[in-house]
Design a protein around this ligand. Structure first.
Ligand code: PLP
Length: 403
């Protein structure tokens, strides 16, 4: 048997969306995190300007979340949610329902597993309502909902799905054919509210959502996996659009960014359709092993508490004004072709190769990951104005050197 010392751990870790043949694939090994800072194995400290891909809310290893995790791990690490519940999952479900005004929370693991659950919930809902012909899903232009089969099917970004058409089903893009909203076979419209993060922080015109609101029939599925938990200035971005979704998918920041957890919230109308006797076979036919994991739910409860104790949304409102001021001069830079932002989700398009710029940013203590030619600035919600200013100054300085 191999002793731990004999195993080259890093060489066995196959990284997602990463060319393992590239020489720099393993150059970033993060060993510690505290607040907005990550520390790599070389002792180099970087500002986590992408919140570890939109997950970190109150900063890394926040003491209250760490304490909640440790306490819960010592009481109950895990117990199945198949036919059973546990106190942290119960309390989290109640608090998420109170926050959103929806009526039931179904837990899953990652964002994509919440999307899969929501798609299946929509299909089964229509079957239970006697409308089995409602089997078609509608999505927005440039949508991204995750990397599992159902999530890819309602995603529009070719690069992510083109190789996997054998796994995906046909869905409709409603920017192309608005009439789809009136079709009798549509089960649900799935959408990212306000910002399409994976499309490079693309902002969606509010009018798109107004048309959806007017659609009678299909369920509305809000994918708040990237935008939820304060990112765009409100707790949830759909609130800013005046929408009342039937299903809301939450993930990423739900646990403050500490542990894998996701959820689908449902209205009473949807939830009630699944009720019946044990013999009626109406129960939702879906589940994941770690659904409602008590440790992850305890982390999420601590994260919600921090929103109150640290006045997180008020802080985001202050940063909103700071970002406006900081990004305005950047818009005039000859190498900046566009700057888009909603709350703490900003995309800065540059007329230069983005990876060398991101690598230089890293060398200067700023960690981001480009999407195409878009430099992302999606900092933890607890960031200070000075930290954001330092990121923008470093970017401007690097671009000056390229111009
Ligand atoms: C809007 C949106 N939905 C779903 C997902 C998938 O989430 P996960 O990566 O946790 O599966 C993502 C991931 O970036 C996302 O941005």
């Amino acid at each position: 048997m191999l002793t731990p010392a004999a195993v080259d751990v890093r060489s066995r870790h196959w990284l997602p969306f990463t060319q393992m043949g590239a020489s720099d694939a393993r150059s970033r090994t993060f060993v510690r995190g505290r607040g907005t800072t990550l520390v790599d194995a070389g002792g180099h400290e970087v500002f986590d300007a992408i919140s570890s891909v939109w997950t970190t809310i109150h900063g890394h290893s926040h003491p209250r979340i760490v304490e909640a995790i440790a306490r819960q791990a010592g009481v109950l690490d895990h117990a199945t949610a198949l036919g059973a519940t546990n106190p942290p999952a119960d309390e989290l479900a109640a608090r998420l329902c109170a926050l959103t005004g929806l009526d039931a929370a179904f837990f899953a693991s990652d964002g994509a597993s919440a999307i899969e659950a929501a798609l299946k919930m929509a299909l089964q809902y229509w079957q239970l309502c006697g409308e089995s012909k409602r089997v078609t899903f509608v999505h927005l232009r440039d949508s991204y909902h995750g990397d599992t089969a159902g999530a890819m099917s309602v995603s529009d970004i070719t690069a992510f799905r083109a190789r996997f058409t054998a796994l995906t089903f046909e869905a409709l893009c409603y920017d192309d054919v608005r009439e789809v909203l009136g079709r009798a076979d549509v089960a649900a419209i799935v959408f990212e509210p306000r910002v399409q993060a994976a499309a490079g922080m693309r902002l969606v015109a509010p009018q798109r959502y107004a048309e959806m609101r007017a659609a009678r029939g299909p369920l509305l599925i809000a994918d708040e996996i990237a935008t939820g938990f304060g990112r765009t200035g409100a707790m949830f971005a759909y609130e800013q659009l005046g929408l009342a979704p039937d299903l809301v998918c939450l993930g990423k920041g739900i646990s403050g960014g500490a542990l894998a957890l996701s959820a689908v919230l449902a209205t009473r109308r949807v939830y009630d359709a699944f009720l019946g006797t044990p013999e009626s076979n109406r129960q939702f036919l879906h589940g994941h092993s770690y659904a409602g994991n008590p440790i992850a739910c305890a982390a999420a409860l601590a994260s919600l508490d921090i929103f109150t104790s640290e006045g997180t949304l008020a802080h985001v409102a202050r940063l909103d004004a700071v970002l406006d001021e900081l990004l305005t001069p950047l818009r005039r830079h000859p190498l900046v072709t566009d700057v888009r932002r909603a709350g703490l989700m900003a995309g800065i398009d540059i007329a230069a190769e983005a990876w060398p710029v991101a690598n230089e940013l890293y060398a200067r203590g700023q960690f981001t990951r480009p999407i195409g030619r878009t430099i992302q600035l999606v900092p933890p919600l607890c960031s200070t104005p000075a930290e954001i200013a330092a990121f923008v100054a470093a970017l401007a300085d690097i671009l000056d050197g390229v111009a």
